[in-house]
Design a binder for this molecule. Structure first.
Ligand code: ADP
Length: 254
């Protein structure tokens, strides 16, 4: 399988704080990778670097073979313009902990906004696709609802549909269920499970170890800005090699 994501020796500093200390991560097309680790270990930072919400201070990131943020001419690299970076960022769809829907727009309008305004695609076609996406996330009857009229789980499903409407090559999820009431978690995980089954490449930061065990092809454990351990869910969750992984998993399960 082709590399969808290739991160090589990625370094990130916030001022003097070294948040990512040489991250190497390869994700194949169609793969689902769950990223786990304690709060503050750099999981969110890594996702944000992958879709260029943050710049990196060293190393390189390639998405579907394309160098993120730079253009290479032989031995020289040049920074891309803001417009070129914006175009690259469309390759990955991101879903956040907080749903970030536009409050003054209906579910349908939220989903149509990006394809119509950013991608300038024909409205009628976008509308049909958006309705199909709403159906896919189980919310066909909610197309006219505003975010305040939807539960947290429904809002998050709209947020997923909104990201998918841009036809990304890759989906990044940053703790998509951790702001939800417990009874609403499963409906969002079900949508993500379907998406994984459809062949979407996904990187998911999550504390839902059950989801990771069931859906992930690989689980990566991160701590203090470093990838500590990576392997199948059975290896990393069931029989972790590193004491810090073991400690973390025991703490989550406790
Ligand atoms: P995680 O997602 O694993 O909880 P984060 O990537 O959010 O971790 O954060 C990693 C570390 O970087 C934390 O110590 C956090 O305080 C720090 N950090 C994150 N964002 C910023 C920022 N914008 N400025 C300064 N420090 C930050």
């Amino acid at each position: 399988m082709a590399d969808m994501v290739l991160a090589q020796d990625v370094q990130k500093y916030y001022g003097a704080f070294h948040a990512l200390k040489g991250i190497n991560l390869q994700v194949s097309a169609g793969e689902v990778v769950c990223l786990i680790g304690p709060s503050g270990s750099g999981k969110s930072t890594l996702l944000r670097c992958l879709n260029q919400l943050e710049s990196i201070d060293g190393g390189a990131i390639r998405i579907d073979g394309e160098l993120a943020g730079y253009r290479q001419h032989g031995n020289t690299v040049r920074e891309l313009s803001d417009a070129q970076v914006s175009r690259q960022r469309l390759a990955s769809g991101m879903v956040f902990q907080r749903f970030n829907l536009f409050g003054h727009q209906t579910a349908l309008q939220n989903i149509m906004e990006g394809p119509v305004v950013v991608q300038r695609r024909p409205r009628a076609q976008v509308r049909d696709e958006a309705m199909a996406l709403l159906k896919r996330v189980g919310l066909a009857d909610k197309h006219g609802s505003y975010p305040t009229e939807l539960s947290g789980g429904q809002q998050q499903r709209v947020a997923i549909a909104r990201a998918l409407a841009m036809k990304p090559k890759l989906m990044l999820f940053d703790e998509p269920t951790s702001a939800l009431d417990p009874e609403l978690v499963s409906e969002v995980l079900a949508v993500m499970r379907d998406l994984a089954a459809s062949g979407m490449t996904m990187i998911v930061v999550t504390h839902e170890l059950g989801f990771a065990r069931e859906v992930a092809n690989r689980v990566v454990f991160m701590d203090h800005g470093t990838l500590i351990e990576t392997g199948t869910p059975d290896q990393v969750l069931g029989n972790p090699e590193h004491p810090r992984t073991r400690e973390f998993i025991n703490a989550v399960l406790a």
